[in-house]
Structure formats: C-alpha cells, structure tokens
Design a protein around this ligand. Structure first.
Ligand code: PBG
Length: 338
C-alpha cells in the first residue's frame, strides 16, 4: 500500500497544485447552505386534492400511497392540516358520482368540486383554492371534451369549459387552471370570467401539457381514464419543445396569468426553455407517475424517499419553475422542518 502511493507521487513530479479548488465551498453543511443556488420551500408549492361524494370517505389510491379521495366532511380536516403546514394553495379535482357525455357535473352550481371549493374556503380560509378546469373526470367516455364520431371536438368544448370555470369561481375559487388542451380555451375562459364580473381572477394555463404515461396513477385517483383511444389528438407530443413555446405564447396572448409545463421531471428542458422565453410565473406539475415511482422504489428499499423526492423537486426548481404542483408538498413541509 505504502509503496504504491509513493509510486503515484513520483508519477506527478512537478505537479503544480491548483489555485482553484471548488471543494472549498463544499466542506461543511453551513458553507453548502450558504452557497446553495436553489432553495425549496413550501411557499411555492401547490397541493392537489381529490374529492368525492359521500360521507366519511377517505379512499386509498393504490398507486399513490399517502394520497386519498376525500368526501367533503373529511376534506375539512385535511385542508386545515395543509393550511397549518404552511402550504399556500390546493388544486382541486372533483370526481362526481354520475358521469355523462357532456360532463354536466363539471359546471353544476352544486357539483362536487363547487361544494369542495366552498368547504375549503370555510375550513381553511387562508388557503388559495385553485380549480382544475377539465371535463375528463366528469364525462362517461373519459375524454377532456365533447366527443362526436370518436373525435374530441374543439370549439363545442370551449363553451363547457367556460361554464365550468365560471361556476368554480362563483363557488369561491381563487384561480382556475384549464388542463384540457383545447385550442383557444384560455381566451374562452377569460372572456366568460370577465363577462361574469370576475376580471380579477387569474388563469393558470396548463400550456405545455404532454400526452404522458406519467398520468397513469392520476387516472386511478380521478377515475378519468379514457374509455377509448388516448389523448394524443389534443395533448402534446413528447418529442416537441418548439411547439411548447408556441403553446405558451398563444396562452399568454389569450390572457393566461401563469403558464405551466406538465409533466415536470421528463421535461426539465422544456421548463428551462419556457422560463427563458416568458416573463410570467412558470409552474411545473410534478405529476402522479413521478410521485408513484419514488414511493414504489422507496417501498422496495431501492431509493431513499426523502432524498430522492427533494432532489427531484430541487431539479424542477433549478430548471426554472417558480411554482411546483406536487403530491409531496405535505411531506416536504415535514422534511424541511426536521
Ligand atoms: C385532467 C388532468 C390530468 C392531470 C391533471 N389534470 C390527467 C390527464 O390529462 O389525463 C394529470 C395529473 C397527474 O398525473 O398527477 N385533464
């Protein structure tokens, strides 16, 4: 051993020690913290919640450990917890007990999500309530719009989305987030909100939303899997990034107040490009499949959950996301407190 290291040294005779040693800034936890370029905090996180009809319901979602479907009476306690964890906002998804071809329950005054909005406002008044605007949880065919002859029709869907957004804001939503990917939906929703007197309510547009395998677990949670075909005729093709910039630009022209990239982890390049291209806040959705992968690997003992999750969320921030929508938000609040 000793002889070996002597030989090594002779190999480097005349070696000039470096002036620059980046390791100097990595030597202690205090120093690393001092020079950290990216910081995670729950103040920029949004926590998604799924609400269902009934009483006393807290349904497990098999593929998303720690995430539940809540009935309204149970939701009350949950949102108080979210609020006291310092998480500023929730994103609500409603799962109605009755679905039809036109997703009627999405825009009923006393629909499940409208009542959920009121419940959150009542029990956690400091929480900002963001309502997801889409039809797929409400339609019998599971598509995000009006279906005719096996196709999702764009323009007839706009009216239903606009009605949905208005009814959510009437119920008390602080912001609406259209996730359907119909063309011109931001313009339609902006116009409808303004006409209903809600010109101060912002729109967070799911601008660059890709047709992704990573939504799999969500569709179990939201009971929204398409009954035929897939969503590739309206959600974006994962091969494209210039097209994401086009979608973002259109949404901004149409009146979006924030734009979103979704999913996040496999699209960090898209987040970075969008961040560079726009002045608006950029949100990224750390989607269900990204959450489930970490949970599953952690259960198998293959990954350290806390480190893996914080590393992924840090990467999403580093890529340029101002806001992260994540099922880990409550865990992060706990972890950052430890
Ligand atoms: C509804 C919607 C979806 C997600 C958010 N809103 C699913 C989809 O487009 O199929 C996915 C969220 C997630 O996977 O966590 N259109």
């Amino acid at each position: 051993m000793a002889t070996q290291s002597v030989e090594r040294q002779t190999l480097l005779q005349g070696f000039v020690p470096p002036v620059h040693r980046p390791r100097r800034l990595r030597g202690s936890a205090v120093m690393r913290e001092l020079v950290a370029e990216t910081r995670l905090d729950v103040a920029s996180m949004i926590y998604p919640l799924f609400v269902v009809e009934g009483r006393g319901v807290k349904n497990d979602i098999g593929s998303m450990p720690g995430v539940y479907q809540w009935s309204l009476d149970q939701l009350a306690g949950e949102v108080r917890e979210v609020e006291s964890a310092g998480i500023p906002a929730v994103l609500l998804f409603g799962i109605p007990s009755h679905k039809d071809e036109w997703g009627t329950e999405a825009y009923r005054r006393d629909g499940i999500v409208q009542r959920a909005i009121a419940t959150v406002k009542e029990h956690a008044p400091k929480l900002m309530v963001v309502a997801d605007v889409c039809l797929c949880e409400y339609t019998s065919h599971g598509h995000c719009g009006v279906v005719e002859g096996g196709r999702v029709l764009n323009d007839p869907t706009l009216e239903l989305l606009a009605r949905t957004a208005v009814s959510q804001v009437e119920a008390g939503a602080d912001m609406v987030a259209p996730s359907d990917m119909m063309d011109a939906r931001v313009r339609a929703i902006r116009q409808a909100l303004d006409e209903a007197g809600f010109n101060e309510t912002p729109i967070m547009a799911y601008s660059a939303k890709y047709a992704s395998a990573f939504y799999g677990p969500f569709r179990e949670a939201a009971e929204s899997a398409p009954q035929f075909g897939d969503r590739r005729a309206y959600q974006m093709d994962p091969t494209n990034v210039r097209e994401a910039l086009k979608e973002v630009e259109l949404d901004i022209q149409e009146g979006a107040d924030m734009v979103m990239v979704k999913p996040a982890l496999a699209y960090l390049d898209v987040i970075a490009r969008v961040r560079d291209a726009v002045k608006l806040p950029v949100a990224a959705y750390n989607v269900s499949g990204e959450y489930s992968m970490v949970k599953a690997a952690a259960r198998l003992g293959w990954l350290e959950e806390k480190r893996a999750a914080l590393e992924i969320l840090t990467a999403i921030k580093r890529a340029g996301a101002d806001i992260i929508i994540t099922y880990f938000a409550k865990d992060v609040a706990r972890w950052l407190d430890e």
